[in-house]
Ligand binder design. Structure first.
Ligand code: ATP
Ligand code: PRP
Ligand code: MG
Length: 286
């Protein structure tokens, strides 16, 4: 039997594009034509299953797929036993309680005895239980934000990102109950050879993620300020310093996180750095 692992990704929706981009950035090639629900990579031992996100935790728990990419909200809601290997940093959103804009809100007690529409009955139920609130949870599978305006519920609990869907439906966010982002999950009992392939994939994903969160910085500096500048941008091991054609000046090359760059920019300029270039890094292996 050919040694190949299976990964479940969302067929189409808020997770799909970023999931597939990440896999492509890992150098993994595959055909992804519309309507095709299964595809095998041509250069890495992995097969893709394109599914609804609701089904991904269950398929991974049952071993139908070895890996999956899914939102933490869906993972916790489905309550399946799988291993979370890695947070992926995309599809960031929150689950929040919201009520009609005109209603006065005086704390979580507001929901006592009320009717709340949601697609996340478990997460909401656990939250209300922890807060000692008894409310009536009305499960619906989509377009949750419409529920109050058609008299189906007095409040809702749904995914919020920019907040524009709530606003367009005359609702206001009153409690954030869960924060979510996409995660890579794995079956709990992967055989040894499968774990080896998963490790190779993780190695590539880490290199892509590290590359994204770091920048390659090049700058020119007078030689007398090199010590100060090196201390501000120490790099992976230490910066590269090359002499410029102009006497008394050097070019300094280093790698640092974008946050660190912005934190240090004023000090770098004050130390005499100029001609500063910040360049994206595609992959980074430490
Ligand atoms: N507005 C948003 N911004 C960021 N992330 C989001 C947003 N909406 C949803 N997500 C995240 O993406 C996941 C998939 O959202 P999507 O709306 O595509 O789900 P769906 O309609 O249930 O899809 P499916 O047809 O696969 O069941 C959500 O579970 C959540 O983790
Ligand atoms: O706060 P916002 O930025 O407006 O995002 C929140 C909305 O995004 C998602 O729906 P999506 O647009 O994916 O449509 P769906 O109902 O088909 O899932 C989610 O279900 C919310 O309705
Ligand atoms: Mg879904």
């Amino acid at each position: 039997m050919e040694k190949i692992i299976r990964i479940a990704v969302q067929k189409s929706g808020r997770l799909s594009d970023d999931s597939l981009s990440l896999i492509k950035e890992c150098g993994i090639k595959f055909y992804n034509g519309t309507g095709k629900l299964k595809s095998t990579s041509t250069n890495f031992p992995i097969e893709f299953l394109f599914l609804r996100d609701d089904d991904i935790p269950g398929y991974v728990a049952d071993g139908v797929a070895d890996l999956g990419i899914v939102g933490e909200n869906e993972l916790v809601e489905k309550n399946k036993s799988v291993t979370t290997l890695k947070k992926l940093g995309f599809s960031k959103c929150r689950l929040s309680l919201a009520i009609p804009k005109g209603q006065e809100y005086n704390g979580i007690q507001y929901f006592e005895g009320k009717n709340i529409a949601t697609s996340y009955p478990k997460i909401l139920g656990d939250y209300l239980k922890a807060k000692n609130i008894k409310a009536d949870i009305h499960e619906i599978s989509g377009s949750v934000e419409i529920a109050p305006s058609i008299g189906l519920a007095e409040g809702i609990c749904d995914i919020v990102s920019s907040g524009s869907t709530l606003m367009m439906n005359g609702l206001k966010e009153v409690e954030e109950i869960f924060k979510s982002e996409a995660v890579l999950i794995a079956n709990n009992n992967l055989e040894g050879w499968k774990s080896e392939i998963v490790e190779k994939l993780l190695f590539r994903m880490n290199a892509v993620q590290k590359g994204k969160s770091n920048k390659y910085v090049l700058l020119n500096a007078p030689n007398e300020s090199l010590d100060k500048i090196v201390s501000l941008i120490p790099g992976m091991r230490s910066p590269t310093i090359l002499p410029l054609a102009q006497e008394g000046w050097s070019s300094v090359h280093s790698v640092l996180s974008e946050d660190q760059f912005w934190e240090n920019i004023e000090e770098l300029r004050a130390a005499g750095a100029e001609g500063i270039l910040v360049v994206p890094i595609e992959k980074m292996v430490i």
